[in-house]
Design a protein around this ligand. Structure first.
Ligand code: IMP
Length: 179
């Protein structure tokens, strides 16, 4: 798998250190509150697993699965909920856990959808953010792992054609794999 990467951006230890930093902030910010973390399947499984176990306080976890309409290459911003949460979020402190924010279209749709369900609060934690989302600030990512280049990346939950999610680090996929 590693041979298919043109570069490793962050290895396992660097990611773990960053996740621990985020967990400290989240523990502080949600002290005395019931935190509900909502992971977006499938990409967020690694962030969710590591972040939740780095917390000192209780958290509940739930999951959503969504798919973007459109070409499959570019995000259209219109998303379909394939699997909804099992939990009501009315008056809950919701933290959306996402793998990567590229254009931010997917997340902005999701946030709008979840806001209409009247949570007490709603924030976003994402492992990685691409320059487009950093520029347009369509979504306020309160808890961000790393700002990365716009290359197509895989690993730490992120896939290409269903593969590479189980790489421990994050790397740039060599274009020869998909060209
Ligand atoms: P957005 O709506 O443009 O922000 O797209 C976000 C979604 O696109 C993420 O949840 C990922 O599933 C996918 N995505 C964006 N960039 C990458 C990448 O570099 N590698 C793998 N998946 C990506």
């Amino acid at each position: 798998m590693r041979a298919d990467l043109s570069a490793v951006l962050y290895d396992e230890d660097e990611i773990a250190a960053k996740i621990n930093e985020l967990a400290v902030r989240i523990d502080q910010d949600y002290e005395g509150k019931d935190l509900l973390m909502v992971g977006i399947l499938n990409g967020a499984v690694m962030v969710m697993a590591d972040l939740s176990r780095a917390l000192r306080n209780h958290c509940e976890m739930d999951w959503m699965a969504i798919s973007s309409y459109g070409s499959g290459v570019a995000s259209s911003g219109v998303v379909r909920i394939l699997k909804d949460m099992n939990t009501s979020i009315v008056d809950r402190h919701v933290l959306i856990v996402e793998d990567i924010v590229d254009t931010g279209l997917t997340l902005s749709y999701l946030i709008e959808n979840l806001r209409s369900r009247n949570p007490a609060s709603i924030e976003v934690c994402a492992g990685f953010r691409k320059p487009e989302a950093a520029r347009n600030r369509r979504v306020d990512v309160k808890y961000l792992g790393f700002d990365i280049p716009s290359d197509f990346v895989v690993g730490y939950g992120l896939d290409y054609a269903g593969r590479y999610r189980n790489l421990r680090g994050l790397g740039i996929l060599d274009p020869k794999v998909y060209s």
